[in-house]
Design a protein around this ligand. Sequence first.
Ligand code: FAD
Length: 436
Amino acid sequence: MAHNFDLVIIGGGILGTSLAYFLSHLNKSKQIAVIEQAHDVAFHTSGRNTGKVHAPYLYNPEKKKMFAKAAYHGYDMWKIYSKLKDLPFKEDGVIEVSRDKKGTKVLEKYLKWGKENGLQDEEINLLSKSELNKIEPEIKCDAALQVYRDASTDYSVLTKSLMKDSKQNGIKFLLDTKVTDLKNREGKWKITLNHEHEIFSNFIINAAGGESIDIAHKVDIAKNLTDVHFRGEYRKAPKEYNNLTKTSVYSVPEFPDYPFLDPHWIIRVDGTCEIGPNAVPVFSPYGYKRSENIKEFVPKMLEMLGSGARKAIFDKQFQELAINEIQSSMSKSAMIDRVKKFLPKIDADKITEKGTAGIRSSVIDEKGKFVPDVVLIDDSMSFHILNYNSPGATGALPFSAHIINRLNENGFFRNESPDSQCGPWKFSDIIEKIST
Ligand SMILES: Cc1cc2nc3c(=O)[nH]c(=O)nc-3n(C[C@H](O)[C@H](O)[C@H](O)COP(=O)(O)OP(=O)(O)OC[C@H]3O[C@@H](n4cnc5c(N)ncnc54)[C@H](O)[C@@H]3O)c2cc1C
């Protein structure tokens, strides 16, 4: 193993691996490594999500412009990449329902946002209850947004393919390897791995997902921010429900300022159906099991009480919502009842199996507010991507290209061939699309 790198990416999720993919095409002779503590890429959130390639109708074009653009172009890019590599990508659309007039007003806003974010008239449509029921007779609603430009995939499979391509182009993936310490030593990073080995790098990109805040704090960055982790749980529906609807169904979230979405009716890329996710507060980005949460409870509580998260966790509405979510974790009918509001035929007794839970880490500022957008922090020797949440998997390819271009333009990490062909795309074409 080379001990000196030009650049090290911390985190082999879909974001770190997408960054590696582009860097591998733009830098043939530089030494670049991705460090991932799990035994494979996309082992955590990137491989444990709903698997939707989202159309950008949920995102305010003024406040979440970059995310909306990344989602819009991400759709085309995943479609092209999946076709090229023969990977799962099903253009199956999505339906977003409102259950009352207030919700329908929100759908009208989503329709406007969707179009402002690039969706064409034929890709998104607001339907009345009777119009929807002609297509989807089992759904109960006031109105519905039918979105054709939405797809299903398996992001774990896509990430593994990107890793394979990046490795062929010379990027090293150090798996089962955790970054346990980072020190700036005379203009180079000394990176300790698994508490024992040391490597050195000129530059680091922090794409560590649920640990990205901790990595930033280790190098004295983003000390004003902290995070709270939420476990999104799923329940698998039996085969007899596979044709209950033709399309996945989401409902208008009741509290969009909080990281609690109402669970959806999901048709996965393999045709199986699930209900979820909820958002149960947990104490670790890997808090899938009780033992991990017990281990992390005291340090995480102390960290939260000493930061802006203190205000958030003492907020009455947050507490009420969190209790709801905890109930929906302990009682399966509490979660299923939320979906029954728009799909009344579902019988909770028939839903017995749990799905694979994934954890979302939401960043909180010093005022106790959930930060609504991704946070990007440039430093002369490091770059930090914090709060990279939904639809992060959808937008990972164009978003990574944007970051690499930004590092190149700011002179922090210059690419050897800044306009190479990167698989099916010319790098400058991607940048042009997401910059306009
Ligand atoms: C329940 C749920 C459903 C979602 N559904 C969708 C969806 O349908 N569509 C969509 O587009 N998005 C969805 N998202 C969002 C999407 O999954 C995330 O935005 C995306 O996966 C984030 O990718 P990432 O690479 O930043 O993080 P991660 O996948 O968490 O990767 C970060 C990696 O860094 C590694 N790491 C951390 N610290 C260290 C360290 N010290 N040393 C070594 N390695 C380290 C971790 O092991 C991890 O593998 C969903 C998210 C959740 C939680």
